[in-house]
Design a protein around this ligand. Structure first.
Ligand code: 5GP
Ligand code: MN
Length: 333
């Protein structure tokens, strides 16, 4: 992969730019994709932002979200857009299987692919890019990219709101260890440019439906197991639970963190039975490496303290197997 600045010369003249991010996009995925979209539009390019799956409700306020194509919703349109694009930007994922149904389209595309991402171990699928697991968020890296291009002056409150979203959501509202001084410097810059941060917090954290709030209560009361001696907690959600509360994409975002708010718990797991398979999320505090845990046992990956994976067994078998593994691999204190 060539350094990202080498792709600047490809962007000297007006280009058709296809930008995509991971399946089931989160705040950093949509924030980084939309920040880059607004920036490239300001530079006079034609931009096609594409999400592999539906944008969750809590991100629908994002400026410019109406420009986003959902591949699952309009596959033919997206096939046409990728075919006519000149260059492809891949944000907040580093292996092509993270875009699920869009994978073969990306795999077969012959245009240069540019990676901007902060997960560990990027696959060799990209021609240009920047990959840095020490970065808080892909949004921070898009900010760095715009600065590297010498375009800090083009960052306005629209781009700022998008960048803020990913930096905030990927750092647990600026509290995880990955939230370095450079994140706060970026936020200070965005605020000096007029960013109103409290509105973004409200849009994302105070816009729950009654249904989702009651679902949280049900899950914490009925579906969370705590294993104090293993310093671990587990939340399991069946398809029946999802149906009962009419739970949609994005409604389970953040649930995995709740066990970590209990004193002494340093490893939290969420197992969800979805129509398309068993999805697992792992979070930890301190020196327990959940990236290795999910890579070793659940065909996944991510970051040291936040990762995800899947299981090909059924829901009950997965829970059983997870507990067996947990009895051996868990934080020691
Ligand atoms: P989440 O639990 O929110 O789905 O994911 C946590 C982190 O792990 C995210 O940064 C996400 O990109 C990454 N991740 C989630 N699922 C997978 C997976 O199946 N494979 C890999 N390599 N990373 C994943
Ligand atoms: Mn991210």
């Amino acid at each position: 992969m060539k350094p990202i600045e080498d792709c600047f010369e490809l962007l000297q003249s007006q280009k058709k730019i296809f930008i995509t991010t991971h399946h089931k996009p989160d705040g950093d995925a949509i924030g980084s994709m939309m920040a880059l979209t607004h920036y490239f539009l300001k530079k006079g390019h034609v931009v096609y932002p594409v999400s592999p799956s539906e944008v969750p409700d809590f991100l629908l306020w994002t400026p410019g979200i109406e420009l986003v194509f959902n591949y699952e919703g309009e596959p033919k349109m997206v096939e046409k857009l990728i075919a006519e694009s000149d260059i492809i930007f891949c944000l907040d994922f580093n292996a092509l299987n993270r875009v699920k149904s869009l994978e073969s389209l990306l795999q077969n595309a012959t245009q240069p692919k540019v990676l901007i991402d902060h997960h560990m171990y990027p696959s060799p699928s990209f021609d240009y890019g920047t990959s840095d697991a020490a970065k808080s968020s892909t949004c921070e890296m898009v900010y760095d990219f715009i600065n590297l291009a010498g375009d800090n002056a083009l960052i306005d409150t629209t781009i700022g709101a998008c960048l803020y979203t990913g930096a905030m959501t990927d750092t647990g509202s600026f509290r995880f260890p990955a939230c370095t001084a450079s994140v706060h410097e970026m936020i200070a810059d965005l605020m000096r440019k007029g960013l109103k941060q409290s509105i973004i917090h409200e849009e994302i954290y105070d816009a729950w439906s009654e249904r989702r709030t009651r679902f949280l209560g049900y899950i914490l009361h009925q579906k969370m197991e705590i294993f104090p001696e293993l310093h671990s907690g587990l939340i399991t959600i069946s398809q029946e639970d999802l149906d009962k509360f009419d739970i949609r994409t994005g409604d389970t975002e953040g649930l995995v963190n709740y066990p970590l708010s209990i004193a002494g718990i340093r490893f939290a797991t969420l197992i969800i039975e979805r129509k398309d398979g068993i999805k697992m999320s792992f979070r930890s505090k301190g020196d327990f490496d959940v990236n290795a845990f999910s890579r070793n046992y659940f065909n996944g990956g991510g970051h040291f303290n936040a990762s995800g994976g899947q299981s090909s067994q059924d829901f009950k078998e997965t829970i059983f197997r997870f507990k067996e593994i947990l009895s051996e691999f868990h934080p020691s204190k």
